[in-house]
Design a protein. Structure first.
Length: 274
């Protein structure tokens, strides 16, 4: 019997019966799979848009939001703040949030952080009880309201529902001085990390890292004392007159570690620059 004859008879080439496929059921399966594929494509597109269009600092970073994102976050924050005021009946001197809160930048940042913390506390997927909600109240809600009202006194002059503009903005970084500082920052940084042959450190670098506490001298009173810098010992080899501190061999480094430990036990740890 030919293959076509076998298929037509509902029997496989191996003698096993083959169930005919219901065309209606097949159409339903294909339709369901097409729907799932379309849903997945939409999800991938949404995630791609979020990754591409999301602000650099995240969805709650006011500094990086565009106009439409700013409006959306303000609307979300407004709804949440209104709920917070109503839910917790915030009227007390140390608890109130006035109707003009959105005109105070400090309050906007603080309340945004409070909302994000609230969202995180309520988004935990653990089924077992936890203290996340208690922590939100104790660590974030009441301290934030206390800080806004009593410590920072953000809206102290806004009474009777009337907004009083904040004081003039404090002066920011002096651009001329900062530009001058930045121009010289590179050479200053390079000078503290400058090395000579074989990663050697000259006296200026040694004095700089010792004074900053980044390095320690084995014998502070010795101007050519070995120093330990970035977990490595440096020393001036005997007979060298260039005053360059060079990395010592591992065996010598172990000996210096032992000497440093003994000096520390004797109450004479190295600390001063050579």
């Amino acid at each position: 019997m030919s293959d076509q004859a076998l298929l037509g008879s509902g029997v496989s080439g191996e003698g096993l019966p083959v169930e005919p496929i219901d065309p209606i059921m097949l159409a339903e399966v294909l339709e369901a799979m097409a729907g799932r594929l379309e849903s997945l494509e939409g999800l991938v597109e949404a995630m791609t848009d979020q990754l591409v269009n999301s602000p650099a600092g995240g969805p709650w970073s006011w500094r990086h939001l565009g106009p439409s994102q700013t409006r959306a976050l303000f609307t979300e924050l407004r709804d949440w703040v209104n709920w917070l005021i109503t839910r917790y009946e915030l009227r007390g001197e140390a608890e109130m949030i006035p109707p003009c809160w959105f005109l105070h930048p400090v309050a906007v940042e603080e309340l945004t952080a409070l909302m994000v913390a609230w969202t995180a506390a309520h988004s935990q997927k653990e089924i077992a009880p936890s203290d996340a909600l208690v922590n939100w109240h104790d660590r974030w809600l009441w301290p934030t309201l206390h800080r806004l009202n009593l410590q920072l006194r953000v809206w102290a002059k806004c009474t009777g529902g009337c907004h009083v503009p904040s004081r003039p903005a404090p002066p920011v970084t002096d651009e001329a001085s900062f530009t001058s500082f930045l121009a010289g920052a590179g050479p200053r940084i390079d000078s503290t990390r400058r090395t000579g042959p074989a990663d050697a450190l000259d006296r200026d670098v040694v004095e700089s890292v010792l004074s900053s506490g980044e390095a320690v001298a084995l014998l502070p009173d010795d101007p050519l004392s070995p120093i330990k810098y970035e977990h490595r010992w440096y020393g001036v080899p005997d007979g060298m007159q260039d005053e360059l501190w060079r990395p010592v061999a591992d065996e010598r480094g172990a000996q210096l570690d032992l000497m440093a430990s003994r000096l520390a036990l004797a109450g004479r740890p190295g600390s001063r620059s050579p």
